[in-house]
Design a protein around this ligand. Sequence first.
Ligand code: ATP
Length: 403
Amino acid sequence: MPRDSYADGDALRDYIFHLERRIRELEAERAELRRELRRYRMEVDKLLSPPLIEAVVLAVLPDGRAVVKSTTGPNLVVNISSSVDPKKLTPGTYVALNQRGSTIVEVLPEREDPYVKAMEVIEKPRVTFEDIGGLEEQKRELYEAVILPLTKPQLFRDLGIEPPRGVLLYGPPGCGKTLLAKAVAAMSNATFIHVVGSEFVHKYVGEGARIVREVFKMARRKAPAIIFIDEIDAIAAKRIDIGTSGEREVQRTLMQLLAELDGFDPLGDVKVIAATNRIDILDPALLRPGRFDRLIYVPPPDEKGRLEIFKIHTRRMKLAEDVDLHYLARITEGATGADIKAIVMEAGYNALRRGSNKVSMSDFMKAVEKVLKKRRRPYVETSEYFENSMPTGSSVESNVMHI
Ligand code: ATP
């Protein structure tokens, strides 16, 4: 009997142990089900709740309210819910208003607006004319046509002269058009707004005209500003036939651009600089007086220009004593500024591969050959250079054959 009662006691303990474990399991399960229930309740709430109203903050008032513009309606003066941190409300912030439109209840996350994405905005570009080799005449013209009217408009008013509304830079790629426009913005203390014509056509199909409008709006907001329209030929080519919808869309974009250009004051604080490699195909409407009426040719650099560009791009480089930039400028006839930049970079890499901390003339010669030959433009024959011992001065010239 005692033995049996012991056995019963053991069985009972096991049973209690089992029940306790089961209780713990069920409690964990209940907690999990509660979490799931909460999730579903929230989901149902989301599905049943009426939509909030989106708005953009225009200003926060000293009395703790805010002025907002709802995306469709008028400007509203609204309250700010206590759950919203007023410090996060700056002009331009997207917010959600409650359904009655009376209170900001949420700050919406920043989003990539297609209009803003279409432009690169540099508040304070840092390039100056010193960073641009050659192009003295072009710099002078830009100074008079853009920098002076932006920085000293009174001078023009006193003299009664009207500066050009728009300037068109034209010439082969890689010769410094973008660089010039950036420097002009920097030297006028202006915001630089960069848009690319071909992107209006390929990336933002159907949005071209609206983006043009937004670009000018943004420029006025960030004035003084320079709008730089690269590859303007993509939206302003002569019209042969505007049959297809794509061509009509390009046409609408151009009309919007012309309307914006006609609409602003030449002495105001927004200027437009456009660039193209194909001036021959531009619609003459664009070049009419009062629009892009100052044309500036940006040619490939001559020897003096190439030397300056070599100097600029090697400014921060450790050069071996044998490096002769004059010679490099001489043998790179036809090279653009972008080519010279590529040559300097490549020479740097050549030195790196050799494990040297100084860039030598032979690094440069290899780079010249690689960069210029890659462009299938055999400007220079450098093989003899490497066959002979390192030449210097004028004797080098005889080793070089311009083709
Ligand atoms: P694209 O028509 O292709 O836009 P672009 O004429 O606008 O060409 P940039 O973008 O200004 O050419 O030049 C490309 C790069 O080449 C520049 O970032 C710069 O490093 C170098 N470069 C071109 N021209 C010069 C120059 N005159 N002085 C110094 N660097 C130059």
